[in-house]
Design a protein around this ligand. Structure first.
Ligand SMILES: NC(=O)c1ccc[n+]([C@@H]2O[C@H](COP(=O)([O-])OP(=O)(O)OC[C@H]3O[C@@H](n4cnc5c(N)ncnc54)[C@H](OP(=O)(O)O)[C@@H]3O)[C@@H](O)[C@H]2O)c1
Length: 283
C-alpha cells in the first residue's frame, strides 16, 4: 500500500484529488490548513514522524495573485518558506514530493510555449514567491516533482469557471480581457496526472509542465464556458483590452508539454476539458 499525504486539501485541487482518491493500493491522508499549517515546521515534523508516507502532494499555497502584491509577506511565508519546510521534512523522512507551481514563474515575453528549461523571470509577487518555493525544493531534494500548471478550474472553491457560470446564470454582462494568452487547466486532468505519477512510480523526478493542449485568452475561455452552459447567453460576454489589475500578468504563458507527453498520453484539448467540466456541473 502506498501512503500519500495531501496538503492544502480544502483547496480546489486538493478537493479534486479527494474526489478521485478511491484507488487500489493507495491510501490518502488529507490535511487542510486547519489540520496542518505548512508554515509551522514543528507541526509538519509531528505529522511526518513515524507516518511512513511515500508521497507528499503539496496543494497548499497562497493563490490570490492580486492579494500577493499587498500581502507579499504572507505570500512568501506560504509559497516560499512553506515549500521549504515541506522539502525539509520530505528529506528527513525520505518522502517523495509532488509540488504544484505555476506558469507565472515566466515573464510572458516569449512567443512560443515555455519549456521546463526556459529561464524564469516572474513579474509579480505571487510568481516570485512560487519561484522561490521551487528553488528551495530543488536545493533540498532529489526526489521531487515540480508541476507547473496554469489557469486552474474545477467545480470546487473559487475560480474563473465558477465565477463565469454564476454571473451568466444571473444574467450579468461581462467584459473579459483578450490581453493574456494561456491554457485553462481542469483540476480533474491535473489530479489524473498526479495519480499517474503515484500509481506508476515510473515518471523521472524533475520539473514538468501540465496544462490542457492548445491555448486561448480569458475571453476565449469565458466564451467556451458559456457555449457549453447556455449558448443563447453568449451575448453576455464581450472582449476588452483594458483590464486594470494591481499585479502584472504575463501576456503569454502557454506551457510546452513535450516532456510531460513522454510519460503521459492522456492530455485533452482545453475545449474538451471545459466541455466535460460544464457537463458535470449541469448533471
Ligand atoms: N488557481 C490557479 O489558477 C493556479 C494556476 C497555476 C498554479 N496554481 C497552483 O496550484 C496549486 C493548487 O491551487 P488551487 O487553485 O487548488 O488553490 P486554492 O484553491 O487556493 O487552495 C489552496 C489551499 O491552500 C491552503 N493553504 C493556504 N495557506 C496554507 C498554509 N499555510 N498551510 C496549509 N494550507 C494552506 C488554503 O487554505 P485556506 O483556503 O484555508 O487559506 C487552500 O485550501 C497551488 O500551488 C497554486 O499555486 C494554481
Amino acid at each position: 500500500m502506498k501512503e500519500v499525504l495531501v496538503l492544502g486539501a480544502n483547496g480546489q485541487l486538493g478537493q479534486t484529488i479527494k474526489d478521485f482518491s478511491d484507488i487500489e493500493l493507495v491510501r490518502f491522508h488529507f490535511f487542510s490548513r486547519k489540520d496542518l499549517d505548512i508554515t509551522d515546521s514543528n507541526s509538519l515534523n509531528e505529522v511526518f514522524k513515524d507516518s511512513g508516507f511515500d508521497y507528499c502532494v503539496n496543494c497548499a499555497a497562497y493563490t490570490n495573485v492580486e492579494g500577493a502584491e499587498t500581502h507579499t509577506e504572507a505570500a512568501f511565508s506560504i509559497n516560499a518558506e512553506g515549500a521549504k519546510n515541506i522539502a525539509e521534512v520530505c528529506k528527513t523522512y525520505q518522502v517523495k514530493l509532488i509540488h504544484i507551481s505555476t506558469d507565472y514563474v515566466f515573464d510572458g515575453n516569449k512567443e512560443k510555449p515555455y519549456a521546463t528549461t526556459d529561464a524564469t523571470n516572474p513579474i509579480n509577487q505571487y510568481g516570485k514567491s512560487k519561484l522561490q518555493g521551487e528553488l528551495y525544493i530543488k536545493a533540498q531534494l532529489k526526489a521531487y516533482y515540480i508541476i507547473r500548471t496554469s489557469w486552474l478550474y474545477s467545480l470546487h472553491g473559487k475560480n474563473f469557471l465558477k465565477t463565469i457560470i454564476d454571473k451568466v446564470e444571473s444574467g450579468v454582462s461581462l467584459n473579459i480581457t483578450t490581453e493574456e494568452n494561456g491554457t485553462p487547466t481542469s483540476c480533474v486532468d491535473l489530479a489524473a496526472f498526479i495519480l499517474h505519477i503515484i500509481k506508476t512510480d515510473s515518471v523521472p523526478y524533475g520539473v514538468y509542465n501540465f496544462s490542457a493542449r492548445e491555448s486561448t485568452t480569458w475571453y476565449g475561455f469565458a466564451k467556451e464556458i458559456v457555449k457549453n452552459l447556455s449558448p443563447e447567453k453568449s451575448g453576455l460576454i464581450s472582449p476588452t483590452k483594458s483590464f486594470k489589475t494591481l499585479a502584472k500578468r504575463p501576456k503569454f504563458s502557454v506551457l510546452n508539454l513535450d516532456k510531460t507527453e513522454e510519460f503521459y498520453k492522456e492530455l485533452n484539448t482545453w475545449q474538451e476539458s471545459v466541455r466535460l467540466m460544464v457537463s458535470s456541473y449541469k448533471s
